[in-house]
Design a protein around this ligand. Sequence first.
Ligand SMILES: [Zn+2]
Ligand SMILES: [Zn+2]
Length: 261
Amino acid sequence: MTDTTLTNKLKLQITSLFWTSMDWLYPPRCCNCDRRGFVLCDECIMEIDPLRGTLCQKCGYPIDGKSRLCEDCSQHTPPYTQMRSWAVHSGPIQKAIHALKYKRNLAMGKILAQPLVDLVIKSKWQIDLVVPVPLSSSRLRTRGYNQAALITSYLAASLDVQHSANCVKRVRDTSTQIEMDVNKRFTNLLDAFYANPATLKKKNILIIDDVITTGATMQNCAKALLEAGAENIYCLSVARAILRHTKHHQGFASNSVLQSL
Ligand SMILES: [Zn+2]
Ligand SMILES: [Zn+2]
């Protein structure tokens, strides 16, 4: 174990101790059912819908039949090696992410990191470095923390892998994406990230986010890391938006925007 991972483990143990004392002083309530004594209770965890069945080998989106890749990945190969998510973005998991992101429920970071640890171990990915999808500096100032970085630090400590929240930065503020359609999201995110080549050369990197919606953020972040010399990029999120009643996950059709650069 390196000195850095040892320091990270120590920091997390202190943080855990702090939150355990806070839970004793002010018992939490389940973010989904309001049950006292839990951040997210066991019954609500059972209601979470993990992504299962046949998944696209590349982007991890649920697909029908015996195909290896989804339609979009067959047409335009994404820049990352593989992308996976734990659960469908709905019900208790949606509430849990909302609580972590907007209600300062920081203890949720540890709970949401655990299933990702299991997924990484199962995937057999060889990871050198774990990085969170960065927030813009103005968003980080307003929120005070990056929710993806919290998940990343617990995940990296459990896997005994280095993590860094500084080697990739969001250089343009792209915080107004919610109202944008898929194509606009991809265009809006072009060159939004900058990765520092000094720390990334030949590394296998795992990018962590709380939710993947169209995949535009992960694709552009992966692109910046590869341009900085990274070897392989793996993408992982707690939740995945399943775009029902639309032509599959049409986000990746917009790869043509990236490829036209
Ligand atoms: Zn509950
Ligand atoms: Zn795919």
